[in-house]
Design a protein around this ligand. Structure first.
Ligand code: SF4
Length: 78
């Protein structure tokens, strides 16, 4: 079995985002919200080996009603 290396961060397109904060409900460990409900994304890369966080990120991407989120892979070794 190959070990997952590197990490990921969530990216938000602020032009598309509606600011209702649904992503925070789906991935609270990766997304905080500001006082208006807009997402504040954790910018520190999360290891790909953290499968729980990766699954949360995927939920958030799939659940975003504006398709404003994506997962960016970070190649460096964490
Ligand atoms: S779920 Fe999507 S549209 Fe809603 S606040 Fe999060 S990034 Fe913005």
């Amino acid at each position: 079995m190959r070990r997952k290396v590197g990490g990921f961060v969530l990216r938000v397109n602020p032009i598309l985002c509606d600011g209702f904060g649904h992503c925070h409900e789906l991935a609270p460990e990766l997304v905080k919200v500001d006082e208006w409900g807009y997402p504040i994304i954790v910018t520190t890369p999360t290891p790909l080996a953290d499968l729980g966080a990766l699954e949360s990120a995927r939920y958030a991407v799939r659940g975003c009603p504006r398709q404003a989120l994506n997962i960016e892979r970070i190649a460096e070794q964490l």
